[in-house]
Design a protein around this ligand. Structure first.
Ligand SMILES: [Zn+2]
Ligand SMILES: [Zn+2]
Length: 154
């Protein structure tokens, strides 16, 4: 695995090569998407970028997401009951572990999915193009909070 931090610089270089103009605002947005470990939503990225660039518009964040999607450089996780979340580190399909309480999303280490795709392709004759594997649960922090709340209530 390449050391963290290089994803941002390689992405910027790649986009520049493809003819995109990388303004300081856009660079800041790319940095947040590539360095965040928590699969931020557009609103979260917008709030974060405004700390350094108060003039940034929400539209600029949306446009950057659209560009990254077009270039296949970001993974969008859409949900029925909450806004989409994004992985700018790993733009390829990978499993996610999602806390239904605090909405935290992490990337669990699971290496068996490639095998599963092959198995499905063989068994059902499909050419597998994409995959989406989400595990929903309650994270350790939320579980701990639940226990301490129960103790203080009882
Ligand atoms: Zn949680
Ligand atoms: Zn992810």
């Amino acid at each position: 695995m390449p050391p963290s931090g290089t994803r941002f610089t390689t992405l910027v270089d790649k986009l520049k090569l493809r003819g995109y103009r990388i303004t300081p605002q856009r660079a800041a947005i790319l940095k947040i998407f590539t360095e965040s470990q928590d699969h931020p939503s557009v609103d979260q990225v917008y709030a974060a970028v405004k700390v350094d660039f108060p003039m940034t518009s929400l539209a600029t964040v949306y446009k950057t997401v659209a560009l990254l999607k077009e270039e296949g450089e970001i993974l969008e996780l859409g949900f029925a009951n909450q806004s989409s979340r994004y992985d700018g580190n790993k733009p390829y399909p990978h499993p996610h572990l999602i806390c239904v309480r605090c909405q935290r999303i992490i990337d669990p280490e699971l290496n068996r999915l490639d095998g599963l795709s092959r198995e499905l392709a063989l068994k059902y004759g499909y050419q597998i193009l994409n995959q989406r594997v989400d595990f929903f649960g309650v994270c350790p922090e939320c579980l701990a909070r639940q226990v301490s709340e129960a103790v203080s209530a009882g």
